[in-house]
Design a binder for this molecule. Structure first.
Ligand SMILES: CSC[C@@H](O)[C@@H](O)C(=O)COP(=O)(O)O
Length: 351
């Protein structure tokens, strides 16, 4: 099944689909270095936890490809650390970039210690590691899709499901296929999707701009709702399950995701609807015990007060615009769908 490509990479050439211009125009822009990646992530030209990490890491790969004359492993190691630290500072809530940076720095430090590896070979090994991220993410998402679809059908006892989702967790948020939207894709492929309801996801509208775009592109039976229609829609359309993505899952299963996720989980409980989180292990932060330690990004107020360049809120009003909220693990009643299977929060374990 052809899906939209948010990230194009081939031998040192990196391009991203500028998501600020969707759904009006599909325009790819080049990312030539880590500064370009940092700005594209910060401005949300690329967004979604896995896609942020992949674009960040591939921008370093672009720079490493150009680095023909690697003089010392020590300098290479320092350069990699500095550039990854910088990339991690682009957005605070999603943990994927941080964990990807830690894994790359660990590899670089091991290569530095290994006397049988020279500087050029160390550069090549790091490049190989970074460039593998695209394929690994797609493989993880396909597995998430299969595990999630199977679990939903088993737990609901239904052969055709009505599913609700929030924000964008599809091809546009990952290397391809998607996480929560990947599960919905897998249901659709298996003819087990009755209908999907996607929320608008105010104020940035990743649901109406991006998820709706993917659903139309792939001809899935879908309906867009505003965020404040969720309870009514759960009741009226007899939603079987809700599935969302994650920006960071704490060790106890508490999950930070796009603002509005928490209220959907609370509503799901009242309506006896299964609530799932779909995320690769690269979104699980085992270093933090609970969601209380997850940093929540505050976004510009203009996203709430304006639609495009047109002001829609009274001038002078004070605003609160957190990008994310934290859903307590006990509300994740369906489970956490990963590439290794579906887990209850208390079953999550480090590799
Ligand atoms: C597979 S993407 C998972 C999450 O990153 C997604 O649900 C989300 O919250 C995206 O937020 P965004 O602000 O668009 O980067």
């Amino acid at each position: 099944m052809a899906t939209l490509l948010a990230i194009k990479y081939s031998a040192g050439q990196l391009e991203i689909l500028d998501q600020l211009q969707l759904p009006e125009s599909c325009i790819y822009i080049p990312i030539n270095n880590v500064q370009d990646a940092w700005a594209a992530i910060r401005e949300m030209k690329v967004r979604g936890a896995p896609a942020i990490a992949i674009v960040g890491c591939l921008s370093l790969a672009v720079e490493l490809r150009k680095l023909t004359d690697v003089e010392s492993k020590k300098d290479l190691n320092q350069m990699i650390k500095d550039k990854l630290d910088y990339l991690v500072s682009s957005r605070p809530t999603a943990v994927n970039m941080q964990l990807a940076a830690e894994a790359c720095v660990k590899l670089s430090s091991e290569l530095l210690e290994n006397d049988s590896v020279d500087a050029a070979a160390a550069r090549d090994a790091i490049l190989k590691h970074l460039e593998a991220m695209l394929e690994n993410d797609i493989a993880d998402n396909l597995a998430i899709g299969e595990y999630g679809a199977k679990d939903m059908v088993e737990k609901t006892g239904k052969s055709k499901l009505r599913v609700m989702t929030h924000c964008n967790t599809g091809s546009l948020a990952t290397a391809g296929y998607g996480t929560a939207l990947g599960v919905i894709r897998s249901l659709h492929k298996a003819n087990q999707l009755d209908h999907v309801y996607c929320t608008e996801t105010r104020p940035y509208n990743q649901g109406s701009r991006l998820t709706a775009f993917e659903l139309v592109y792939e001809k899935m039976p879908a309906t867009l709702i505003c965020d404040n229609m969720a309870a009514a829609a759960m009741k009226q359309f007899k939603i079987d399950a809700i599935i969302v993505g994650a920006d960071r899952v704490a060790a106890n299963g508490d999950t930070a995701n796009k603002i509005g996720t928490y209220q959907l989980a609370v509503l799901a409980k009242s309506h006896n609807v299964l609530f799932y989180v779909a995320a690769p292990f690269s979104s699980i932060d085992f270093e933090i015990p609970s969601g209380d330690s997850i940093p929540i990004e505050e976004r510009p107020h203009s996203e709430m007060t304006h639609t495009g360049s047109i002001r829609t809120a009274a001038a002078g009003i004070n605003c609160w615009n957190p990008g994310f909220d934290v859903t307590p693990s006990q509300l994740i009643t369906g489970g956490i769908v990963t590439e290794k299977g579906v887990f209850r929060a208390d079953q999550l374990e480090h590799d």
